[in-house]
Design a protein. Structure first.
Length: 176
């Protein structure tokens, strides 16, 4: 179990490093202007992505290898105190995720992780409910209450948020 926890923490640390250190690293103007120059962020991105893939495979192999081990089940690990600490960790992680990832990804992740923490075993149903609740909360706050929700600073996630906002704006114009 300790090996699994260490791998998960390592994977989350690498993910954090990728989004906060590699993607936001400044590129010198001289390098940015040269179309043939290898950008300084290419190798760190490549190495971290490969490490994320390898660690994810390792996590999968640890879970598969210990599937029938009675001491390995998460139910034994998740006492009330452990669940409380994990819930607090989810909220702290969400506070770090909100600005770079935006509302959509953060809300979806928090709802999904809390559902797992509360014991939902049907992952497909949990994913569908997380998506539905995220969209419902987005409509309530953004459309009905006119609250500007964070879009994120990561370009792909920001574009996704803008795309969802355009769909909601079209639906709002069609309804009203």
């Amino acid at each position: 179990m300790f090996e699994l926890i260490c791998n998960i923490i390592l994977w989350l640390g690498m993910l954090y490093s990728y989004f906060f250190n590699v993607l936001e690293a400044p590129i010198p103007d001289r390098t940015a202007r040269n179309p043939y120059a290898l950008k300084p962020d290419i190798w760190p991105k490549t190495i971290i992505i490969l490490l994320l893939i390898c660690i994810a495979i390792n996590i999968f192999n640890i879970i598969r290898k210990n599937k029938n081990n009675p001491e390995f089940h998460l139910d034994a690990l998740l006492s009330i105190r452990a669940r409380l600490c994990m819930g607090i960790a989810i909220v702290i992680g969400a506070s770090f995720m909100l600005e770079p990832c935006g509302y959509m990804v953060t809300c979806l992740t928090v709802l999904f992780l809390y559902g797992l923490l509360l014991g939902e075993h049907n992952v497909i149903r949990l994913a569908i409910m997380s998506i539905f609740i995220t969209i419902l909360l987005y409509v309530v706050f953004s459309v009905l209450l006119s609250v500007n929700l964070p879009r994120g600073t990561i370009p792909e996630l920001r574009e996704f948020s803008l795309y969802v906002e355009s769909i909601v704006a079209k639906a709002k114009a069609a309804i009203f």
